[in-house]
Design a protein around this ligand. Structure first.
Ligand SMILES: *[C@@H]1O[C@H](CO)[C@@H](O)[C@H](O)[C@H]1NC(C)=O
Ligand SMILES: *[C@@H]1O[C@H](CO)[C@@H](O)[C@H](O)[C@H]1NC(C)=O
Length: 164
């Protein structure tokens, strides 16, 4: 019995540490590049803008939360602001999402919202893009650094065939 307890404690600790890691993730540049193309069908033309933006907004950290001067907060990989696009503690905002859901390691919902923001307001919505990525010379060369050419979406959505 005693031996069982001695075994259980370290195992539980490891389990809890594991859970914490699942909640938050810090990407590497090329890792995120691959995930955005393969799993989320990002257009390669603008990918270096997205990567540059995320690097300057969240340092590729999915759990980053930044309090802003105007009492709002920016959430997650894309630092989506709680005043307009999501709502704290409940679903809301223009993306109809709970802001807290943007700070876990599931980036699918973040991406849907970020793409909507980009379509409506352009990349200039993000201060990090405006300051550091607006000049194309500052964008990372993903073709060289991350072998962008070799990447393609894992699942081709119906009707998308022939475009890629
Ligand atoms: C990611 O951001 C969270 C919240 O700000 C912080 O606690 C964590 O240390 C960061 N992770 C890394 C690897 O920087
Ligand atoms: C508050 O600040 C954030 C980040 O700077 C900005 O995106 C948002 O539009 C501001 N909201 C208001 C109501 O001023």
């Amino acid at each position: 019995m005693k031996a069982l307890w001695l075994w259980l404690i370290p195992v539980s600790v490891l389990f809890l540490l594991g859970l914490e890691q699942v909640e938050s993730k810090k990407y590497q540049r090329c890792e995120l590049t691959r995930v955005l193309v393969e799993n989320y069908n990002f257009d390669k033309t603008f990918l270096s803008n997205w990567i540059c933006l995320v690097e300057h907004e969240s340092e590729l950290n999915t759990s980053k939360i930044t309090p802003k001067e105007n009492n709002s907060k920016n959430y997650g990989l894309f630092q989506i602001n709680s005043k307009n696009y999501c709502s704290e503690g409940r679903k809301g905002g223009q993306c109809n999402k709970k802001c807290e859901d943007f700070s876990n390691d599931d980036i699918g919902d973040d991406i849907v919202c970020a793409k909507m923001i980009q379509e409506r307001e352009g990349f200039k919505y993000w201060k990090g893009w405006d300051r550091f990525c607006r000049n194309p010379q500052n964008l990372p060369n993903l073709r060289v650094a991350c072998n962008l050419r070799s990447l393609s979406p894992l699942r081709t959505p119906r009707g998308f065939l022939g475009h890629g």
